[in-house]
Design a binder for this molecule. Structure first.
Ligand SMILES: *Cc1c(COP(=O)(O)O)cnc(C)c1O
Length: 391
């Protein structure tokens, strides 16, 4: 195999796809003088709800905020337990602590890398109040089995859909399955508003509660109190939070949502290039697509490969360094939450999650975003193959 020539300039791991429409809309918002929660946030909420096919979408300033509020409405007490996969971003577990409950860490399925229903069922106690589901990398979790368990034990499901803005489970978009679901519009996610998030629900009463909690606990429509049509009067009915989305963020979101399909086409295309280019490379396990349901849709948020040092020649840690040397941005999703010092010291002293830990040792995410060129994806593939041959 021919030697790969190191590319000039660093290939970023993730980039947002911001176009002239987004820029013009942000400028319009700035010139309008209404820069915080206002008409554009309300429009974005409406369009997002219509897209998902759900009654309510509540805009917030992050997915983390959305997940926190989803737990706040459960009024959890210190002995209450919430089951969460360890193989996720720390935010999914941090909010359980914020809500005053105990995080209980579940293992993942070795194929889907989503929370393992068998692991969940083993962890259920009389104190279990909720389970968090992460649709890892844009792949839907096993909703049917998890819902069955939740119903059997009278447990609430909260969906972390940070990776799953385009994901479908059995022909229905994530966010429309009847649970409180939080999406992320962080800079690297499939829809980017710099920072931002959205909660979806079909429940009118919960939607009202979430809106109130997201803006200081002030009664309905307080966001409108400085406008000609709004009222100065409000009641504080909860000790709420400052989690509202701004119209600057919503300006980005409106256009990101409009071009989501186009951006997803590129994500799918790059994913296909990686599958074609890397299949058959010894010691590399590609993301599983074979066990998806026929009417599932993968949002292609991440492309995590698993590297087996014995077969491949280099370990994941060595590959992280080598890819950087070849000017390729790579990342690890995720350092398991139960292994972080905060959690070790308080919740998970001797906890072993064998699948999570095994996967963590091997996993590396490749660059994947709409503005990544075919040439760049091919360079990533060639570099991996070249390093394998050299090892
Ligand atoms: C990004 C991410 C979050 C947090 O999203 P923010 O919008 O940054 O708060 C939560 N969970 C997972 C799995 C994520 O990847």
């Amino acid at each position: 195999m021919a030697e790969v020539k190191k590319r000039e300039g660093f290939l970023p791991f993730a980039l947002p796809d911001i176009g002239e429409e987004e820029i013009a809309e942000v400028v319009d918002t700035l010139r309008s003088n209404w820069i915080t929660t206002g008409p554009k946030t309300k429009k974005f909420e409406k369009e997002f709800a219509d897209y998902i096919g759900v009654k309510h979408a509540i805009a917030v300033n992050s997915c983390t905020a959305g997940l926190h509020l989803s737990l706040e409405v459960l009024n959890l007490k210190p002995d209450d337990e919430v089951i969460v996969p360890s193989f996720t971003f720390c935010a999914t577990a941090n909010v359980i602590v914020h809500a005053g409950a105990k995080p209980i860490f579940a293992d993942i399925d070795p194929v889907s890398l989503c929370i393992d229903p068998v692991s969940v069922e083993k962890l259920i106690t009389p104190n279990t109040k909720a389970m968090m589901i992460v649709h890892y990398g844009g792949r839907p979790a096993d909703m049917d089995r998890l819902t069955e368990i939740a119903n059997k034990h009278n447990i609430t499901i909260i969906e972390d859909a940070a990776h799953a803005v385009y994901t479908q489970y059995k022909g229905k978009l994530i966010g429309s399955h009847g649970n409180l679901t939080s999406f992320s519009f962080y800079a690297t996610k499939n829809i980017a508003t710099a920072e931002g998030g959205m909660i979806t629900t079909n429940d009118d009463e919960l939607a009202d509660k979430l809106r109130v909690l997201s803006l200081h606990g002030m009664s309905k429509n307080a966001w409108n109190r400085y406008s000609a049509t709004g009222s100065w009067k409000y009641d504080v009915i909860e000790a709420g939070f400052k989690y509202n989305m701004t119209d600057i963020q919503a300006s980005l979101g409106l256009h990101q949502l409009a071009k989501l399909e186009k951006m997803q086409d590129r994500r799918k295309h790059i994913t296909q290039l990686y599958f074609n280019g890397l299949k058959g490379v010894k010691g590399i396990t590609l993301p599983d697509m074979a066990t998806l349901n026929p009417d599932d849709v993968h949002a292609c948020h991440l492309f995590p490969i698993r590297i087996d040092k014995k077969e491949f020649g280099y370990s994941r840690d060595e590959m992280m360094e080598l890819m950087k040397e070849y000017n390729i941005g790579v990342s690890v999703h995720f350092i398991p939450v139960h292994m972080h010092p905060y959690y070790r010291e308080r919740y998970t002293k001797d906890l072993v999650l064998s699948v999570t830990e095994q996967v963590f040792d091997q996993i590396m995410s490749l660059p994947l975003y709409p503005t990544l060129s075919d040439e760049d994806a091919l360079y990533v593939i060639d570099t991996i193959k070249y390093l394998h041959n050299k090892a």
